[in-house]
Each structure stands twice: as C-alpha cells, then as structure tokens.
Design a protein around this ligand. Structure first.
Ligand code: UDP
Ligand code: MG
Length: 312
C-alpha cells in the first residue's frame, strides 16, 4: 500500500462519549478533501469502552489505524507514538474531543501545499473555558516567552499540521519530558498560523486536571530555558555586594570609634547567604550544561538539501 498523503493523529484517553462523532466528522472532512488519508488513533491506556470502540472502527474502516498503549503515558507521549506510527506526507495532530474543529484541516492543508512546513492552529477564541484558565494561560505564555527567548507562537496548542520531515526531526529528539508545541517551535522550518475558534468539549470531561496542567507548564519552562538556574547567581551577587558594602561602612564607622551594633549581624548574614547562593549559582551554570547535553537534541536541523546523490 502506498503511503497516504495525510495522517491524522488522535490521542484518546477515555473518550467513549465522543469517539463516534469524532470519527464521523473527521471522515466527512477527509473524504471531502478527496486525497488518500489514514486516521491514527492512539489509545492512551483508556479504562472505558474506548479500546473496543477503536477496534470496531478499525474493522469497519480501512483508513483506521489503532495503537493501544499498555498503560497511560499522557497526552504528549500518545501524540509522540502517533508521530512514530503515522506514514503520511503531512501529519495532523488533533484532540479527540472535537475542541479542535476538523473542518480547519483543509485550510491547513492548503497552507502546506503553498510550501509551509508547520501550520499551527492559533486560537481566535476559546469557548467554555474558565476565566481562570484563560488568565493563567496568558500569564504563563508571557513568562515562557521571556525565559525561552521568543520562539513560541501565542495562543497555540498542539493542533497543527506538520510536514513529514518536521515530524522526523521531532522523532529524532530523544528527550523524555516532551513539550511538543515547544519542540516544534524549536525545530524551526517555514511556519504559519491558521486562526480558529476553539470549541467546547463535545462530551465527557477534561483529562487535564490542574495537576497535569502544572506539570505541562513546568515541562515547557524546564525544557526550554535554563534561566531559572541563573537566579541564585544573580541573587547571590546582589547579596554579597550589599553585605560587603555594609561591612565597609561599618569599618569606616569603627575608625571614628562608633559601634555598628546590630548592623554587623545584618552584614554578616547578607555576606554568608550571598556567598552560598553564589556558589549554588555557579553549580547551576554547570548543571545547565549537563542538562543541555543530556537532552540529546540534534545540533542543527536541516530543512532541505540540493545536489546530493539521488537528488534532482
Ligand atoms: N489525552 C491523552 N492522554 C491523557 C490525557 C488526555 O491521550 O492522559 C487526550 C484526550 O483524549 C484528548 C486530548 O488528549 O484527545 C486533550 O485532552 P483533554 O481534552 O482532556 O484536555 P483539555 O482540552 O481539557 O486541555
Ligand atoms: Mg479537550
């Protein structure tokens, strides 16, 4: 069987309430587009009827591929497996709960045909999400931008279409803490947004409780910035400098036979704390290097080559 043009990757964790509708809407959109496609469902260790429903879909529809996880690995890991198993020229990542409308896929495909290699869905609006989530998300992306150096597009989740060669780069990144939207941004390539309105969940409940959200947010910062490791260095320098300055003033006071009193203690505390933090900060800089190496990312990312053997 030749490789399909499109692979749609759908991570599913306990999605029995939405699967039938999701499959119906995805199929309608893909049939309308009129090119070959496959639907790669990744069952992320679901405990409800999801696995059986997926097997049924696979039995009825030759476009369906199913990967069953033996245990729950988390959304980002499920998508990673989808990237491994998909064989299309363009790969689309989409949530199973219809919050990312499948009807946006043709628009993404059109951009891909224009030559863009990453077409990411950018939220124009979010339906049915709390004010709290909206505000924390906004604040979080501001901080992330500052720390990681402005590589992340705004209001962008995992909903996107990527060219096969971009997917191959991501597959070549062996890091275990996977913050995929960050990894795609890091990889570069010709990127462009497509605006869409994020819908309410079609049915069922979110599988991203606050605890998982915080973990994802931490993964974003910890995987793409080592600036937090510099914090003790900065604090330590300031404290040491202040402590030293106070010590100096106290010495001068002593020359004029004035007692420093409690100020001596303040100066000593600042100095000791400052020196300890400084040393930690220096360790932090080394740790940052070790971390950078351990992540094992490729040194460079090639977008295209010409004139080599076997090429036109
Ligand atoms: N998901 C998954 N594994 C998990 C949690 C979620 O594969 O451990 C899938 C889920 O089935 C859905 C997508 O990831 O397709 C997004 O999850 P959800 O809709 O629960 O998150 P939210 O949209 O509320 O952030
Ligand atoms: Mg959702």
């Amino acid at each position: 069987m030749p490789n399909p043009v499109y692979s749609i990757i759908i991570p599913c964790y306990n999605e029995q309430e939405v699967l039938t509708e999701t499959h119906r809407r995805l199929t309608a959109v893909m049939e309308e587009m009129g090119e070959s496609y496959e639907l790669v469902y990744v069952n992320d260790g679901s405990r409800d009827n999801t696995p059986a429903m997926l097997n049924d879909l696979a039995a009825q529809d030759p476009h369906v591929r199913v990967v069953h996880f033996a245990r729950n690995g988390g959304h980002q890991i499920a998508v990673t497996a989808g990237l491994d198993y998909a064989s299309g020229d363009a790969l689309v990542i989409i949530d199973a709960d219809l919050q990312d409308p499948p009807e946006v896929i043709p628009e993404m495909a059109a951009k891909w045909k224009e030559g863009f290699e990453v077409v990411y869905g950018q939220r124009r609006s979010r339906q049915g999400e709390s004010r709290f989530k909206e505000m924390t998300a906004k604040a979080y992306y501001k901080i992330l931008q500052k720390l990681a150096g402005d590589i992340f597009p705004r209001d962008t989740g995992d909903f996107r279409l990527v060219d096969r060669k971009v997917a191959d780069v991501i597959r070549g990144m062996p890091e275990h803490s996977r913050y995929l939207r960050g990894m795609f941004a890091w990889a570069g390539f010709k990127q462009t947004p497509v605006l869409f309105d994020r819908d309410k969940r079609f049915a069922g409940e979110t599988h991203y409780p606050l605890k998982k959200m915080i973990k994802l947010a931490m993964d974003g910062i910890l995987s793409f910035s080592d600036k937090p490791l510099t914090l003790p260095l900065v604090l330590g320098s300031v404290m040491t400098a202040l402590g030293g300055l106070m010590g100096l003033i106290l010495l001068i006071l002593l020359l004029f036979h004035t007692q420093g009193g409690l100020w001596w203690i303040a100066s000593l505390i600042l100095l000791t704390g400052g020196v300890i933090l400084l040393c930690m900060g220096i360790q932090g800089r080394y740790l940052a290097r070790v971390y950078e190496e351990v992540k094992g990312r490729p040194l460079y990312v090639v977008g295209d080559t010409r004139g080599f053997e076997g090429e036109a």
